[in-house]
Design a binder for this molecule. Sequence first.
Ligand code: NPQ
Ligand code: MG
Length: 375
Amino acid sequence: MRLNSITLHRLAMPLVRPFETSFGRQTQRVVLLAQVRADSGAVGWGECVAGEGPLYSSEYVDGCEHVIRHYLAPALLAAPQLTAESVAPLLAFVVGHRMAKAALEVAVLDAELRASATSFGSYLGAVSDWVDCGVSVGISPDIDTLLEEVSGYVGEGYRRIKLKIKPGWDIDPVAAVRDLIGPDALLQVDANTAYTGADIAHLGKLDAFDLVLIEQPFAEEDIATHVQLAATIATPVCLDESIVTADVALDAIERGATSVINIKPGRVGGYLEAVRIHDLCTELEVPVWCGGMLETGVGRAGNVALAALPGFTLPGDTSASRRYFAEDLVEEPFVLGTGAHTGQLPVPTGPGTGVTVRGDLVRDWALAAPIELRP
Ligand code: NPQ
Ligand code: MG
């Protein structure tokens, strides 16, 4: 295809409850969406997962908008024959900025798959119609409030609970939640880089709670301290922020820093690199699961399709739309199944991502006028 335009939309969506992590407290989700139009008339949508500020990652909404406008979009708009596979090579001249690149790649892929009436799931290699869902639970003001929130999610059927932890909010909340949900329920923790090597002995106390894994306790660049922890703790160590390419994933696995990997398409530059990490981990028998970035239905749809690949053997942060939003941005909000499908989401089957963006909400929740980029 050849692109006629790339339009950037910036929205703010209210969260159903504040979401607190070791890096900050979110009360709304500021979202950047890329809409591509091909000369054939095909339209595709991509969600940029960067946050409003550079707190989870160095990328953030203003930075992504800038790099897309001035570097990435011009390169794609100039391409005479564009395919989803050619997006990453065309954008490789820009260092980093993977979340911005991923938003464009997924939009082009969505347009391409809609034009050929192929779903994301079948294109990526999905092998199941439903995926197991977990939920990520923020840091609470106190343990009673946390237990109340966790009880609600258990009642909704989630198949795994993930607690956000930080120094001063770790052993006690984990012990209380383990006590609440019982010994057989899947429980894991995510520190979002809040600890240092000095905390290794302290983190060892988490072994008492039979956790599925501990996610990213140390800095993004610090593979070595993760190796040290993994050598001393029984709980599996899982990297999130550190895993930015398939090569980095291979290196971290070979060094013994991580025995499970959280795959987020946005963090690694798109779905094609995400599938490469999945394939590598499957070959190495390293389990993977699909992370989450408080996506709207636009980004959630692709994640649910990805999570249906065979190597995704652990429940993902692929929660239902209502975990975050009272009203989702798409006509087909994600709702947990019932009966045998309790705690699961259905893999979309329609063309492309299989969801329809609600133009009315894109306008109602806009923070700024759309930016239309042309060749
Ligand atoms: C994680 N997600 O696994 C991330 C962290 C995260 C579901 O726990 C705005 C932008 C808010 C990015 C909140 C989950 C965010 C964000 C949390 C990322 O580490
Ligand atoms: Mg994480």
